[in-house]
Write a protein that binds this ligand. Sequence first.
Ligand code: GYE
Length: 310
Amino acid sequence: LASVIACAPMAVLAADLTIGFSQIGSESGWRAAETTVTKQEAEKRGITLKFADAQQKQENQIKALRSFIAQGVDAILIAPVVATGWDEVLEEAADAEIPVVLLDRTVDADKSLYLTAVTSDLVHEGKVAGEWLVSEMNGANCRIVELQGTTGSSPAIDRKAGFEQGIAGHDNLQIVRSQTGDFTRAQGKVVMESFLKAEGGENICALYAHNDDMAVGAIQAIKEAGLKPGEDIKIVAIDAVPDAHKAIADGEMNATIELTPNMAGPALEALEAYLADGTEPAKWIQTESKLFTAKDDNLAIFNAKKDLGY
Ligand code: GYE
């Protein structure tokens, strides 16, 4: 028996695992929930999680990854703030034979440089938002303003492309202003104020925001301009954070598409299997996207979600 154990491949049991997690920051309620859930998922598995908050700066994420590599962690989780500039540090992780899993955003790097990416279909989310507005307007003209996510991030790129696919062929719908609000409430409010000033509130029919936090900031700006969000200006966004369900229940927002904050569950499952016996996961583990509108019981959903760490 001893000889069999001696030659068995080195299986790393979950209890021994140390994993480095490079988180973007806490720019949105959804991101805060993802951090909470990731810590819970690691704890559940007896995994030691080394957490690094990058304050939304790529250079801080690269520093964190180099530190994790130097510490010899068993694996790395990263939510990459932007899509480019990762090749060198991912090569360093590969050279150290440390598997990397991407959470909620993707990178423009060779797929061999990461084990898997756990994300929603970001293009599909944008398309669902566009298609919802097409059906909501039912042929009526609509001048749309768009609050984009962080410039250069895969959600900002893909959600913009998806929305344009969703409204393609419907010339009654037109995007007249589009600018980044960096996924934050504060910036969402500031940029919406500039849209209202530039266009005149009465000339804006709808807002498409790449996340709920920017939409919540924009709702404040719309109210301060003396207009009714959800009525004078239709609002569709993405994440389905509790405050979005509350705004829909209050008639101040019209639709949101859910993004689960639990990317870590599938990620850690794939890592445990890979580290135990080399099982290779699919390169993309896709999470579900669900549309919520005023037809749903948003108050009940708000109450169910409000204590989940958003
Ligand atoms: O929608 C937003 C966060 O990367 C898809 O990042 C994620 C986005 C999410 O700031 O709230």
